[in-house]
Design a protein around this ligand. Structure first.
Ligand code: 2P0
Length: 346
């Protein structure tokens, strides 16, 4: 009832981010501290985003949450972790003002929806938790760094707090205070950059990321080698982005995706996220690059078979027509780097 004086509601949207240097593996499961740093591009709002409304009212008797129209258990430990942390920070800030502290006594209702398939390896948890934490922070007036709270919902979510090109610094501290996201360059920095998401399957993945990376950490020797090379790759990738050096950006992106999936194969029992169609897309991208003599397009695959192709605006017509020719049944979303946004509705 929006006419109720005690009703306050905030609605936010947050886009997905697709990593070009992948996060895979935790050194602390509870705090979600990663084994290695990672770097991603936050994509456009219209195509792939989560939208979350959070509301408090004196009429609510308990905290509740709905995802894509279905009620979910609010007891989910990750939801509880972010809710507790936002309220803890709010309590610190609000302690002087009794009126505002009243806000913390009220229960919260959370309503979230994605405009794309959930848990199909399209970073739905990243957008979802970034959006939840952003909305809660606005509702409770929490200021300052919040990507470390989003991280406690889902690791990759910390990167969707910022737009453009974003690094998640793994940090060294045991308490996670130095493990948060940093914007490398804003969305306006490289206006020609485009991402083409090729949805080849909207099925939920068999092995979730959380479980898959645990098995990798306990079984893969190749993972140790990967970890040793990451800091150098982070530096080279950051430099390529700053200098808008597309061929270097693209090559590093493809190599990191391939190494991540090699590590999945080296996991015992192995984890397969790519399918035959994914591998056909890889071959197609290399054919386009080889036939033109330039690296015009890069692929990257997350914990699922769907491809994200990075390319420059001028090459979109060529790449789209080739992809449509070979994969006429796939769904394509074309977007570019974007900002995270919020709107205060009431
Ligand atoms: C990434 N992925 O950097 C990598 C690439 C999947 C492959 O982050 O356990 O859903 O919630 O921290 O964030 C997927 O992992 O895992 C992921 P949790 P998350 O985007």
């Amino acid at each position: 009832d929006p006419n109720n004086d005690g009703f306050l509601c905030v609605t936010c949207t947050a886009p997905v981010n697709i990593a070009v240097i992948k996060y895979w593996g935790k050194r602390n499961e509870k705090l979600i501290l990663p084994t290695n740093s990672s770097l991603s591009v936050t994509l456009g709002q219209d195509e792939l985003r989560a939208k979350t409304s959070v509301a408090v009212s004196s009429d609510f008797n308990e905290d509740k949450m709905w995802l894509n129209g279905k009620e979910q258990s609010i007891e989910n430990p990750r939801i509880q972790n972010v809710l507790k942390e936002v309220r803890r920070r709010a309590r610190k800030r609000l302690s002087d003002s009794e009126n505002e502290a009243d806000l913390l006594l009220k229960h919260v209702h959370i309503v979230s929806e994605n405009n794309f398939p959930t848990a199909a390896g399209l970073a739905s948890s990243a957008a979802g938790y970034a959006c939840l934490v952003y909305s809660l922070a606005k509702l409770y007036g929490v200021q300052g760094e919040i990507s470390d709270i989003a991280r406690q919902g889902s690791g990759s979510a910390c990167r969707s707090i910022y737009g453009g090109y974003v690094a998640w610094q793994k940090g060294k501290a045991d308490d996670g205070t130095d493990s948060y996201a940093v914007q490398i360059a804003p969305e306006t920095h490289w206006p020609e950059m485009r991402a083409l998401i090729l949805v080849v399957s909207d099925q939920k993945k068999d092995v979730g990321s959380t479980e898959g990376m645990q098995t990798t950490i306990s079984t893969s020797e190749l993972m140790q080698q990967r970890v040793q090379g990451i800091d150098k790759k982070m530096k080279l990738m950051t430099q390529a982005i700053k200098e808008k050096d597309f061929p270097t950006f693209a090559k590093l992106t493809m190599q990191d995706s391939n190494q991540f999936h090699a590590v999945c194969l080296d996991t015992y029992p192995p984890v397969f996220y790519m399918t035959d169609v994914s591998r056909q897309i890889i071959q197609l991208v290399h054919s386009i690059n080889d036939s033109t003599g330039h690296i015009k397009v890069a692929y990257t695959f997350d914990a699922g078979p769907n491809a994200c192709l990075y390319l420059l605006e001028k090459d979109v017509p060529l790449v789209v027509s080739v992809v449509q020719h070979y994969f006429p049944l796939s769904t394509m979303h074309i977007t570019g780097p974007a900002v995270s946004e919020y709107t205060l509705t009431s």
